[in-house]
Each structure stands twice: as structure tokens, then as C-alpha cells.
Design a protein around this ligand. Structure first.
Ligand SMILES: [Zn+2]
Length: 320
């Protein structure tokens, strides 16, 4: 729920990752910002202890890098249809993307986080909430595949409010259904996801995630999400951004022809998928989730599944 504790403060909210280009010329009509009163939360069953599980690797292509200002960022890349994680890994390597993690490498035990000011201080709160693993059923959290410690999972802070307030700021072209997809993620108890067109709202303690689209050509990916860990508490997300690839052609690669063509289900899944990453979710190994690792052209992949909603709501059942 949105309960603003500091009404009237001019915002210094987390908007650093919002590139804020003008939406003019995108061909997309402005839509009103989300009215939360029109969007009730899901009633989810209590988590089933038997569904907490061992993290899985193999479907993720991630890169960790340090920006010129010294801040570390972690980027998740989503392969195009039919492209394996290992093919995407090889393509990104050829492009000179640094800090790539081999999708075949095993997860760490998570005792430390590289380049971080890691702290396990959230462990008691998570344990008290009954959260014993970063994997639930077929769903898992963003950092789970590389660092299996449940206390080492990225999350947004509550900031102003009872629950974290995430504003997806839409700068994409008309093919990308950011508004509809945001409404679905907003059904998650414990975190509010708002849609806004073009610019970040200005109040203190909210978080803005810029969502852009451009023609990235034969990049190997349909979408990518970048999280910036906080410099003071590594597992707090200080900023995030989403980039979606408008390219619709085919490309020859060393692993065969890669097809970037998308139907409406493909656009919808890629949007939902990257938004899930921006909220703290990793990949889902089930084919009824938009967080399935690769983009698919089927309506069954357009939305999160119950395990995604349950795991995300558990992550945000604790105040950060
Ligand atoms: Zn992904």
C-alpha cells in the first residue's frame, strides 16, 4: 500500500538510472499514471515449506562491471527465441562485454559478495518470515543463481512508504506493453509497481526505473536489465534500468541464424521478464512464466506464475 510518510518533501528519490529521454516520437500515446486504488493485490496461499529449493544455474547470462564513477552494476541479458545462454554468452564476449559470468559456472555458497560491503544483517528478519531459500518452486531471485545465500538477494528499500514504491517510467515505442505489464506485477503483495509515462514523479523515497527501447541490432538479446547495488548496503538496489531491443530481423551467428522477430506475445513476455528482474526476480524454469530465460512467442509466457508472485511477496514481506 502507498502510505507516504513525508508528504510535501521535494523528491530526492532514486532516479539516477532513469535516462529520461523525451517520449516524443515513440508513437505511443501518453497513458495516466497508475491509480493504486484500482489495483488490488493477489491473495496468495501461505508459502509451502517443501517448495523452498536449491538454486539453479545454466539459463542466466549476467555481467558485473564497475562504472567510471566506481559504482558496480549487474546486468541480466535475455536471449532471443531459440538462442541458448551459452550462445548469447559467446556473442556478448565477442562484443567486448566485460565481467561476463559463464552460464555453466556453478553458484557460489554466497559467503561473501565480490566488490561489496556485504552484510548478512537481513538474515534474522528473513528467517523470521520463514524465508529459507532464494528459490521457491520453479522461481528464484535475481542474485540466487550466482550467490545462493538468501540474505544476499537484491531488494528495493521501503523509503517513504509501508511498501517499496517502484515507478516504471515508460520511454518505449508503441509495441512494448509496459502499462499492462506493470499492472500485473503490481498485484504482488508487499511492493507497489506503478506505471508512468515519460518522467519520474517527484516525491521523496520512491524509486524510478527507466524503461527504454531502441534498435540494438544483432546484440543477441531481446532485453536487458541493469541493477546498481547501493554503495552503503550492497543488497539494497540504488537504481535500475531496462532496455528493450526493437530489432526485428534475422542475423547469422556462429551458432546458426538468430531470429529477433517478435509477435505481441514476445513483446509482452520480454517486457514482463525485464520488469521482474528490476523488482528482484531471477529466472523461472517453468514454461508458464514470463521469467522463463528466453523470449518465447506464446501467450502462456506473458505473465509471472504463482511461484514468482509468492517468492517476490516473501522477499518484500520484510521491510528494508
Ligand atoms: Zn532474464
Amino acid at each position: 500500500m502507498l502510505t507516504v510518510a513525508a508528504v510535501g518533501l521535494i523528491g530526492t528519490g532514486t532516479s539516477a538510472a532513469d535516462p529520461a529521454p523525451s517520449p516524443a516520437g515513440t508513437g505511443k500515446a501518453a497513458a495516466p499514471a497508475t491509480d493504486l486504488t484500482q489495483h488490488p493485490k493477489l491473495s496468495l496461499p501461505a508459502p509451502d515449506p517443501a517448495k523452498w529449493g536449491t538454486p539453479q544455474r545454466g539459463a542466466d547470462v549476467m555481467a558485473s562491471s564497475v562504472r567510471a564513477d566506481g559504482s558496480r552494476v549487474i546486468t541480466f541479458y535475455t536471449p532471443v527465441p531459440g538462442e541458448s545462454a551459452s550462445t548469447l554468452y559467446q556473442l556478448l564476449k565477442k562484443q567486448g562485454v566485460t565481467g561476463l559470468q559463464d552460464p555453466a559456472a556453478p553458484a557460489t555458497s554466497g559467503s561473501t559478495a565480490s566488490g561489496s560491503t556485504a552484510s548478512g544483517s537481513t538474515t534474522p528478519a528473513l528467517a523470521a518470515a520463514g524465508i529459507t531459500s532464494c528459490r521457491y518452486g520453479t522461481a528464484q531471485l535475481y542474485n540466487c543463481a550466482t550467490d545462493s545465500n538468501v540474505a544476499h538477494q537484491f531488494h528495493w528499500t521501503n523509503g517513504c512508504c509501508t511498501d517499496p514504491q517502484i515507478w516504471f517510467v515508460d520511454h518505449t515505442g508503441s509495441s512494448w506493453p509496459v502499462n499492462a505489464s506493470t499492472s500485473v506485477w503490481n498485484q504482488t503483495p508487499g511492493i507497489d509497481s506503478h506505471y508512468v509515462y515519460g518522467s519520474c514523479p517527484n516525491y521523496s523515497g520512491q524509486h524510478c526505473v527507466g524503461v527504454t527501447s531502441a534498435n540494438y541490432g544483432c546484440s543477441g538479446w531481446e532485453g536487458r536489465t541493469t541493477l546498481q547495488p547501493s554503495s552503503t548496503n550492497y543488497y539494497n538496489i540504488a537504481g535500475a534500468s531496462i532496455e528493450l531491443n526493437d530489432y526485428n530481423g534475422t542475423c547469422a551467428t556462429s551458432a546458426g541464424t538468430v531470429n529477433y522477430a517478435k509477435n505481441s506475445s514476445g513483446y509482452r513476455q520480454a517486457t514482463c521478464h525485464e520488469q521482474g528482474h528490476a523488482l528482484g526476480m531471477g529466472h523461472n524454469s517453468a514454461t508458464d512464466s514470463c521469467l522463463y530465460a528466453a523470449t518465447m512467442m506464446a501467450s502462456s509466457y506473458e505473465q509471472p506464475d504463482t511461484d514468482d508472485f509468492t517468492l517476490l511477496s516473501q522477499l518484500y514481506s520484510v521491510a528494508y
